[in-house]
Write a protein that binds this ligand. Sequence first.
Ligand SMILES: Cc1cc2nc3c(=O)[nH]c(=O)nc-3n(C[C@H](O)[C@H](O)[C@H](O)COP(=O)(O)O)c2cc1C
Length: 194
Amino acid sequence: MKKISVNAIHEFCPQAMYLYGTYKEDGNPNFGLFSWFGYCLDGGVRVMAAVGSGKLTSDRIRASGVFSANLVSESLLPLADYCGNTMGYDEKKMDIPVNVEKGAVLPVPVLADSPWTYELEVERTVSLSGSDIFICKISNVLVAEELPDVNIPFDERLRRAAPAIAFGGGYYAALKPGTTGKWGDWKGLREAAR
Ligand SMILES: Cc1cc2nc3c(=O)[nH]c(=O)nc-3n(C[C@H](O)[C@H](O)[C@H](O)COP(=O)(O)O)c2cc1C
């Protein structure tokens, strides 16, 4: 493969997307779209969420210390794209049909139609210029009941969850169902190459 060098742009960052849910000051829910999302270990699995300042989601996470992260599936893409391109400061942003429920353990709004939702509590905030990385304890994971069922083949569970992927270059993509292997399938690669 012949490689070329390009500037440090985020075009080559394929990521799952989450709709972050917070309650506004008036008690109504707001959702924003976020893809700069990752995991780390700090005495248990933690979520790392990078959120730009000057957004309602950032204000509300800072004020409440809690939020939900709802996986974006292919069927949630229209809502996700809308929430990612409409500022929460627009008071009418959430005047759209959306199925919202309450978190099971935290005071956060949850999207009923998302395959899985993290209920997150901010433990630490790393402030960068123009954004924050919120390192969060996962207080609960709400999952569509069939997804943890190991009796259903993984491909089928993936097809049902249908997570959508965002590329920095401005495109959304579907994660085509079809397992390509299991963890450890290639651990003997060195021996096989001999
Ligand atoms: C595909 C996509 C991914 C995004 N990811 C992020 C992100 O990771 N961090 C961020 O600060 N903004 C991100 N945004 C922008 C926010 O969704 C946008 O600023 C939105 O208005 C935030 O909602 P709010 O104003 O209700 O907080 C993304 C937008 C799109 C379309």
